[in-house]
Each structure stands twice: as structure tokens, then as C-alpha cells.
Design a protein around this ligand. Structure first.
Ligand SMILES: C[S@@+](CC[C@H](N)C(=O)[O-])C[C@H]1O[C@@H](n2cnc3c(N)ncnc32)[C@H](O)[C@@H]1O
Length: 297
């Protein structure tokens, strides 16, 4: 059995309610999804003692937790988590919680059809627009997969990853070793308050799934603006009406995110918005993610 077959078998065996939607995503994604899944599972499995059941369980736990929180959010109109320091303690500084969530999130890149479409956008629309890049900043790498894939395509580039979670820094470093990648380094750092260390020196920035995690997403845009060189490109995503244990800033529409980016001095080069159906009729909108490619005006 290949890795994806092992993953599917582990879901069928122990997390059967997820089997149908997983099979539908795999069918829809075709050969490209199979290649992505093999790559993700092959690398992350090694961090999970070569035990595919650990990855399947992490993914299933994350899906159930997200669904429960999405339901509560749709019924109350508010994300359950409101306080950044509480989330930091409960999630980012909780090694078991964070490891499971990052394993689950890495698997979602192929197992959720909306995340797979966003992955294709990252490769086809962001990576494809880059050329001659030397210095890359990955803000909040989490599991590290996005940045390491950029380096695969641009072997002459160097990547610095900064994350507030030591579990994420550790996981990204270990995955870089699995990738046999020596051009990536990761540091524990708060992306809300960057000094001038990357001042206008970075050719490309990846900042996936961070804006909704902080109380003032403008601070993240400001850090990106400060670091990006003129003409450089940033890949930035935002979750919209989508609950998670660590989402505290509620974007209600893609237009709100786009207006914030424009207010912080960015132009949108390209964008895609993908999501799923809401769980209830009370939802303000469907849970979705806006992915943008930005440049400084
Ligand atoms: C959902 S994960 C994103 C993982 C990956 N970028 C992706 O798109 O799948 C969110 C990450 O943001 C990090 N994070 C939260 N607040 C941060 C901050 N102020 N500075 C840097 N990283 C932060 C968390 O530790 C976590 O690794």
C-alpha cells in the first residue's frame, strides 16, 4: 500500500464518519492530489514514528474539533476564543495540542478539497510568479510545508521562518531535515512586532493562516510591508467566518480583508476564495479562506 492508501485505511478503520468526504476529495483531486498526499504523508509520517495511524488520528481530531467550534460559532455569532494570551497558552505552547493540530493541518492540504485548491493556487499562481528570489521570509510556518516547497523550486533561495510556537519551530526544523534542506532556518519570534531585521530585504513572503490568529491583523500587514522589498510578492491568507481553537479575529467577508490590505499599502495581484457549506442556517456566511498575492504600492 502506498502512503495515501494507508492513510485512507486508517481513517476507514478508526474514523469512519470522515471516510466519505475524504474519498470524494481524493476522487476530485485526481493525480495531482495523489502526488501531494504521498509527499506530505511520507515526510510527516517520519515525525510520527512512521505510524500512519497517528497522522490519521490527528487529522480526524482536528476535523471534529473544528466542526464543533464552527457549530458553536454559527449559533452564537462569536468565536469561542477571544483572548490571544489564553490561546497562546492552550495551543501554541501546548506541545501535544500543537503537534496534533500541525499534523492535521498538513494532511488537510490534500484531504480537504478547498485546501487542495488553495494549494494549487499557491503553486500555480504564487510560486509561478516568482523569479530571481534570494531571501524568503515565512511568517508562522506552523508545519513548515509551504516554505520548504518554495525552496524546492528555487534552490538558490534562503528561507527564514519565524513562529511564536516552539513546537512549530521544532517541527519545521525537523521537516527541513527530512527534506534534506539546509537553506532554511527557523526562529522563535513574534511576527506582530518585527524590528528592522528584514527591512525591505525580502524578495518573497509566505504568511498562511495567521491574520485571524492575532487581535490586530494590521500589525502582521505592517510587518510584511516593512520586510518586503519594492516589487516583492507576499502570499497571505485569511480565514473568513471559519472557527478554530486559535481563531480570535473574525473577518466576516473577503472585502474586509482586502480593505485592510489596501489600507496597509498593498495592491492585490491575484486572489482566490475557497470554502465549504455552513453547518447551520444561522451562519453569517460559509467558512472559507481568502488567499491573496500582494505587492506594495
Ligand atoms: C494555523 S498555523 C499556520 C500554519 C501554516 N502557515 C499554514 O498555512 O498551514 C498558525 C501558526 O501561527 C503561529 N502564530 C500565532 N501567532 C503568531 C505570532 N504572533 N507570530 C508568529 N507566529 C504566530 C502559530 O504558532 C502557528 O504555527
Amino acid at each position: 500500500m502506498n502512503n495515501l492508501e494507508q492513510f485512507v485505511a486508517a481513517i476507514d478503520r478508526s474514523h469512519q464518519p470522515l471516510s466519505k468526504s475524504l474519498a470524494a476529495s481524493i476522487e476530485e483531486g485526481g493525480e495531482r492530489l495523489q502526488v501531494l498526499a504521498e509527499d506530505i504523508l511520507e515526510h510527516y509520517k517520519r515525525l510520527a514514528n512512521d505510524d500512519m495511524a497517528v497522522l490519521a488520528k490527528s487529522f480526524a481530531t482536528m476535523v471534529l474539533q473544528f466542526n464543533r467550534l464552527q457549530y458553536k460559532y454559527e449559533m452564537t455569532g462569536k468565536y469561542v476564543s477571544q483572548n490571544y494570551d489564553d490561546v497562546r497558552e492552550a495551543v501554541y505552547e501546548n506541545t501535544d495540542e500543537m503537534t496534533g493540530m500541525m499534523f492535521g493541518l498538513a494532511c488537510s492540504q490534500f484531504a480537504w478539497s478547498n485546501h487542495f485548491k488553495l494549494w494549487c493556487f499557491f503553486e500555480d499562481n504564487f510560486l509561478a510568479k516568482l523569479s530571481n528570489i534570494k531571501q524568503v521570509l515565512e511568517i508562522a510556518p506552523g508545519h513548515g510545508y509551504f516554505g520548504l516547497n518554495l525552496l524546492r523550486r528555487f534552490p538558490e533561495a534562503r528561507l527564514t521562518g519565524i513562529d511564536i510556537s516552539s513546537t512549530s519551530v521544532d517541527m519545521s526544523r525537523r521537516i527541513a531535515v527530512e527534506f534534506k534542506e539546509s537553506a532554511a532556518e527557523y526562529h522563535l519570534q513574534d511576527a506582530r512586532h518585527l524590528d528592522d531585521e528584514y527591512l525591505h530585504a525580502v524578495d518573497a513572503i509566505i504568511c498562511g493562516e495567521l491574520l485571524e490568529h492575532v487581535p490586530h491583523p494590521e500589525e502582521i500587514f505592517s510587518s510584511i510591508g516593512k520586510s518586503l522589498r519594492p516589487g516583492g510578492l507576499a502570499y497571505v491568507t485569511a480565514a473568513i467566518t471559519a472557527a478554530a481553537p486559535d481563531h480570535i479575529y473574525e473577518f466576516e467577508t473577503p472585502e474586509q480583508v482586502i480593505a485592510m490590505a489596501a489600507g496597509e499599502g498593498f495592491s492585490i495581484v491575484d486572489q482566490i476564495c475557497e470554502g465549504t457549506k455552513p453547518l447551520t442556517s444561522k451562519a453569517k456566511g460559509p467558512p472559507r479562506t481568502l488567499s491573496m498575492i500582494l505587492t506594495k504600492r
